[in-house]
Design a protein around this ligand. Structure first.
Ligand SMILES: Nc1nc2c(ncn2[C@@H]2O[C@H](COP(=O)(O)O[C@H]3[C@@H](O)[C@H](n4cnc5c(=O)[nH]c(N)nc54)O[C@@H]3COP(=O)(O)O)[C@@H](O)[C@H]2O)c(=O)[nH]1
Length: 517
């Protein structure tokens, strides 16, 4: 994944990561607010229903008590008994006695006008007949709820059905199960009550509670829910903001890590973004290309190439050099397998890290990579810098094993470290590569110019093959040839080439030298 993609994804994740907990807390606040409000409304409906049930129960008791009276109907004693019942029953205003459909007397006395019995609007499950808006015969006044059983009827003030303490912003209606309003508090709109009763589910600002005979409808304004939601939000939002900040922080931290040089290098290893270029190694006497050094390049997804000296030090420091070396080995086999099989005198030198020289791990990787390839072990050279040979015992063991397997081993960048003759004598090496900095001094009057012949002599004394690195001029090549240096590598012959160009270079070089032979 390239930088731009990481930045785009990180920005998207940060936006989603910030929005998600904040929207979740808002949603949670809304859920909690609706729950709390629903519970509050249910509580009020419950209390309203209970109150109405008590009034109905009172009426039922009074009517059943009246049924038990056995005095002559509307006699002075009968009226007195009716009055006692009316006085002793808290919810009822009056008790009346009907004969042949006409009111004959009430707990207040005999009736001399003809008052017909109001038809029932509703009958309860216990058989009470309920009539609404009954105007009392004695004093007129507000419409009462009449409840009849047999010859008796009680009148109940509608307020008795809703006699509870209610928040002024709320409205309560108690209706019969067929929707007739028995009583209401704070003037609910009857059409709204009917509409709510028709709905299957409670509206979020209302609650409907039913029992066998009665229904309680509680309504509150929408802004009560909004106020509750605001209260819940005040509690939960800081939590959401904290979570959002945490997620955004995490995204920034992870993306910064990914965008750091090390993060980028890790991704490059994961994505196999390394390719290998090959720099020809030339036999100075004949001009024949006898091999090449495999030089890794980091090719970004956008095609941009990063030089190894910009990432190899970080790769070595972080241990990523190991998988990078593995990818180089695999690339060499993939790129040049065919050429190596058909040209047995061609070798490819692979750079090995100090860590690998110390542990010998890379030998198993090379061995495994060569299985079934028909590439010979001596066609793969291993190069390591002087730093790799610091732990001389470990280095000796790895070099010995490598040579037993058939590989040649070269010491790279020779002269830049602290290797001495006695030190080199202790290592079973095959070749020595003289660092470019010494080749650069050839023909120049520099303090280090005198060192180059000594390095050459030392290598010869140790019977090591010599490769001169960074040969840029014919003068340098002539100097090296005059001192019997075996091989040269440098821009005089060729820069490091992509696979196809190297194969073309090699074939061209081979055919030219065959012609000469
Ligand atoms: N552990 C690994 N190290 C690796 C690997 N691939 C490369 N490297 C090391 O990175 C350093 C830089 O390499 P690079 O940029 O590829 O440079 C190499 C040559 O291109 C350059 N060179 C060769 N001839 C000339 C020349 O005539 N002039 C000139 N200015 N530069 C020239 O030298 C580099 C080769 O160096 P060396 O390995 O010492 O032979 C470098 O230290 C590489 O070793 C890898 O796969 N693993």
């Amino acid at each position: 994944m390239n930088r731009a993609r990481i930045i785009i994804i990180a920005t998207l994740l940060a936006v989603v990561g910030a929005l998600l907990p904040i929207s979740a807390t808002l949603y949670l606040s809304w859920l909690r607010a609706t729950d709390i409000e629903a519970e509050r409304l249910q509580g009020v409906a419950q209390r309203g229903l209970e109150r109405a049930r008590i009034s109905l129960g009172d009426a039922d008791k009074a009517l059943k008590a009246a049924q038990q009276l056995n005095n002559t109907p509307c006699s002075a004693e009968h009226i007195r008994q009716m009055r006692i019942i009316a006085i002793n029953t808290r919810s009822i205003e009056d008790l009346g006695y009907f004969e042949n459909g006409f009111l004959k007397c009430t707990s207040a006395g005999e009736i001399h006008t003809k008052i017909t019995q109001t038809p029932a609007d509703f009958t309860t499950t216990s058989g009470l007949e309920v009539s609404l808006n009954v105007i009392p015969a004695i004093n007129g006044g507000i419409g009462m709820v009449g409840l009849s059983y047999g010859a008796y009827k009680v009148l109940i003030d509608p307020m008795r059905f809703v006699d509870i303490i209610l928040d002024p912003s709320m409205q309560l209606a108690i209706t019969t199960s067929n929707g007739k309003m028995l009583g209401s508090l704070h003037l609910p709109d009857p059409s709204q009550v009917q509409a709510l009763l028709r709905e299957k589910h409670s509206h979020r600002a209302s609650s409907i509670l039913r029992n066998d005979d009665l229904i309680a409808v509680v309504i509150e304004p929408d802004d009560s829910l909004a106020a509750q939601m605001k209260r819940e939000t005040m509690v939960l939002l800081p939590l959401g903001v904290l979570m959002a900040a945490f997620i955004v922080g995490l995204v920034i931290w992870v993306s910064r890590k990914r965008l750091s040089p090390l993060g980028e290098l890790k991704l490059a290893v994961e994505k196999h973004e390394f390719i290998v270029h090959y720099q020809p190694i030339i036999a100075l006497k004949s001009g024949v290309c006898i091999g090449a050094e495999a030089l890794v390049r980091w090719q970004r997804p956008d095609g941009k190439m990063t030089r190894p000296d910009l990432f190899i030090p970080l790769a070595e420091e972080s241990g990523l050099i190991l998988p990078i070396t593995d990818q180089v080995i695999a690339a060499v086999i993939r790129d040049l397998g065919e050429v190596l099989r058909t040209n047995r005198r061609l070798h490819i030198a692979i750079n090995i890290s100090a860590q690998d020289i110390k542990t010998g791990r890379v030998l198993d990787v090379v061995k495994h990579a060569l299985v079934d390839t028909n590439i010979l072990a001596d066609q793969i050279w291993l190069e390591a810098t002087e730093r790799g040979f610091m732990d001389i015992d470990a280095a000796r063991s790895t070099i010995s094993r490598a040579r037993e397997m058939g590989h040649a081993v070269a010491i790279d960048d020779f002269g830049t470290g602290y290797s001495s003759l006695s030190y080199l004598q202790g290592l079973p090496l095959d070749a020595l590569k003289i660092d470019k900095s010494f080749i650069d001094t050839i023909g120049i009057d520099a303090a280090t110019s005198n060192v180059t012949p000594y390095i050459i002599e030392m290598a010869k004394a140790l019977k090591l093959q010599i490769v001169a690195e960074g040969v840029e001029t014919q003068e340098q090549a002539d100097y090296l040839l005059a001192r019997d240096v075996d091989f040269g590598q440098g821009w005089l012959f060729s820069k490091a080439l992509p696979t196809r160009e190297f194969i073309a270079f090699y074939r061209d070089n081979s055919s030219r030298h065959q012609e000469v032979q």
